[in-house]
Design a protein around this ligand. Structure first.
Ligand code: C5P
Length: 231
């Protein structure tokens, strides 16, 4: 499932982020191809901006995609969590493993996708690709009006991991996690909801090319990665 209903405000003004082009092809199409590249993926559900589902359907029809994969487009919600839940509700019966992949990570290599699937097949209820953190990270507290945010803690960097997508789940666990969650509690990834169920979340190696396109500089990096792949 590819939640792609975000506006992409941090990327600057323009179309919804998933529909912006990387080397002439919308980011969403790169992300769909990245997932469909895995032979284990039989269906890709795209969660589109609520007012853009028709446009996304046309986009998928206009681009070459693997024939062995089926596609489904559903309208998204106001938050990522709501969008994922709407995608889950639209999943047909007979699918036991669900991968949730941000449209904003268009360049994830197929080996990373397959690594996540394999770990779920091996019995983990929730699997997350992760990388060590390069920056030291500070926790901040609320700022008084007109004042800078105070630093309240510095978690030990060696124990931190930056997590990516696709995150892979046993379908029943993911559904239970979403049904138990309260919308608006600020979960920024699905695995965080599974953690609240006290179910184990397993890490597998992430990949630097699975980075999230969030800010304008990320577009430059993404186009450079594509150019390097073509060389
Ligand atoms: O906002 P953030 O960068 O965390 O978004 C991650 C992914 O979730 C993006 O692919 C974005 O399109 C998607 N999203 C969504 N529905 C929302 C907000 C974000 O599908 N309401």
């Amino acid at each position: 499932m590819i939640p792609a209903a975000g506006r992409g405000v941090r990327l600057g003004p323009g179309a919804p982020k998933a529909l912006r082009a990387l080397n002439g092809t919308p980011m969403l199409i790169h992300a769909v191809r990245a997932m469909a590249a895995s032979r284990a993926v039989s269906l890709v559900v795209v969660v589109a901006p609520a007012d853009g589902a028709a446009e996304v359907k046309t986009l998928l029809a206009d681009h070459a995609l693997p024939e062995r994969t089926d596609f489904l487009v559903v309208p998204g919600g106001a938050t990522r969590q709501e969008s994922v839940k709407l995608g889950l509700d639209a999943l047909p019966a007979g699918i036991d493993i669900v991968l949730v992949h941000d449209a904003a990570r268009p360049l994830v290599p197929v080996d990373t996708v397959d690594g996540v699937i394999e770990a779920v097949r091996d019995g983990a209820p929730a699997v997350v690709p992760a990388l060590p953190v390069a920056d030291t990270v500070k926790e901040v507290g609320p700022a008084a009006p007109g004042e800078p945010e105070p630093v309240v803690a510095t978690p030990e960097r060696a124990r931190l991991r930056a997590v990516q997508t696709p995150q892979g789940f046993d379908r029943a666990t993911l559904l239970r996690a979403h049904e138990a969650s309260v919308v608006g509690e600020g979960a920024t990834d699905c695995a965080g909801l599974v953690e609240r169920l006290r179910e184990p979340v397993v890490l597998v190696p992430g990949h630097e090319e699975a980075f999230k396109v969030t800010r304008p500089l990320d577009l430059v990096l993404a186009e450079a990665v594509l150019a390097r792949r073509r060389a």
